[in-house]
Design a protein. Structure first.
Length: 350
């Protein structure tokens, strides 16, 4: 993950959810050891209810940059309700006095153009829009709301697969959330990039590992404008690894307890298949955690310590089918984590 802070206003990162487990954001690509069948056709349809779909599993490490739709409130300059009114951390400000806010600079410009003591601030909270009248704070001749806000994110993420039928990619496997507020981020526009280099910090029982990546933003290889509980979906505009083989998309009903594998980059940045076990299934009302998985491959354990931040989105393969993606790691046991069924990611962006 990459984190930059400037004047406490803009923090650039992809968040990590920590409860008994931690979310993963970041990825990998490698030379696959798995025995995947070469397929000459991309999609075969027997009937409308029995469609067989094929995709390229990637597990590809990419840089991710995005701007939010509006500005996210991440903190207060001071705990003074006279200025902040009913605005809370995690609220997404979209308008000031009816004027659209695209970024932090828009908010600053509008406030300083108004010669008023109070303004109407429209914000989104939990999917609902509200408007409250807030007192403007004056400091050194500048008008402000007394809030710290963020309008950009940046980090490293995992591309799960590429669909040749529609030239779209699916990635990460869980929502991009803010690192400080843990709030869901409404994305306006995002891009993915090939990293120049990646660095692995190995996990152990007292520390969650992670991937750090450096990337240049001159040339994007994909773009997206959505964010969901099951990851992101966008258009792949750059080159993909044509050495990868197409695999069938498996239905959740076909997933079973037992042996499986994940695709993740080795030290040479080749896509490699590593052995895991699917231990059990989870009845999660949010549907963003469907199975508990355990890394049993000694090569991966020696390399990363198990599941690490950045492995989120790594494809799960069972019986030569892509059946899921890695999403979270257990905080106190990096060899274990959660995955979601691939069905949810296939539907993204439709």
């Amino acid at each position: 993950m990459i984190k930059n802070i400037k004047n406490k206003k803009i923090v650039i990162i992809i968040s990590v959810i920590i409860i008994s487990v931690m979310s993963l954001l970041l990825i990998s690509v490698k030379v696959i050891k798995g025995n995947y069948k070469e397929l000459s056709t991309q999609v075969m349809v027997n009937n409308k209810e029995d469609e067989i779909k094929y995709v390229y599993p990637l597990g590809r490490v990419v840089g991710v940059k995005a701007t939010t739709d509006g500005v996210l409130v991440v903190g207060y300059e001071e705990d003074n309700v006279e200025y902040i009114g009913g605005i809370q951390k995690g609220d997404n400000i979209v308008k000031i006095n009816g004027k659209k806010i695209n970024n932090e600079q828009d908010a600053t410009n509008i406030l300083n153009q108004l010669e008023k003591e109070n303004v109407d601030v429209t914000f989104e909270r939990n999917g609902k829009y509200n408007t409250q009248t807030i007192k403007i704070k004056k400091q050194y001749g500048k008008a402000k709301l007394g809030l710290w806000v963020r309008d950009k994110i940046s980090g490293v993420g995992t591309v799960t697969f590429y669909d040749p039928g529609n030239s779209k990619f699916k990635a990460i496997g869980h929502a991009i959330t803010d690192v400080d507020t843990n709030e869901f981020l409404k994305i306006k526009q995002g891009n993915i990039y090939n990293p120049i280099s990646i660095e692995i910090t190995k996990a152990n029982d007292s520390k969650v590992g992670h991937i750090k990546g450096d990337f240049k933003t001159e040339k994007s290889i994909g773009d997206f404008n959505n964010n969901s509980n099951f990851g992101i979906s966008g258009n792949m505009t750059g080159e993909i690894n044509k050495n990868m083989q197409l695999v069938e998309v498996g239905k959740k009903e076909s997933v079973s307890i037992g042996k499986a594998s994940i695709i993740f980059e080795d030290k040479s940045r080749n896509a490699t298949s590593y052995d895991i076990e699917i231990d059990s299934f989870v009845d999660d009302k949010k549907n963003d955690r469907n199975m508990i998985i355990e890394v049993v491959d000694e090569d991966l354990i020696n390399y990363t310590g198990g599941i690490i931040q950045g492995m989120s989105g790594a494809p799960i393969i069972q019986n030569n089918k892509i059946v899921g993606a890695v999403t979270h790691v257990f905080k106190d046991n990096p060899k274990k984590g959660y995955g979601i069924f691939i069905d949810e990611m296939v539907e993204l962006g439709k």
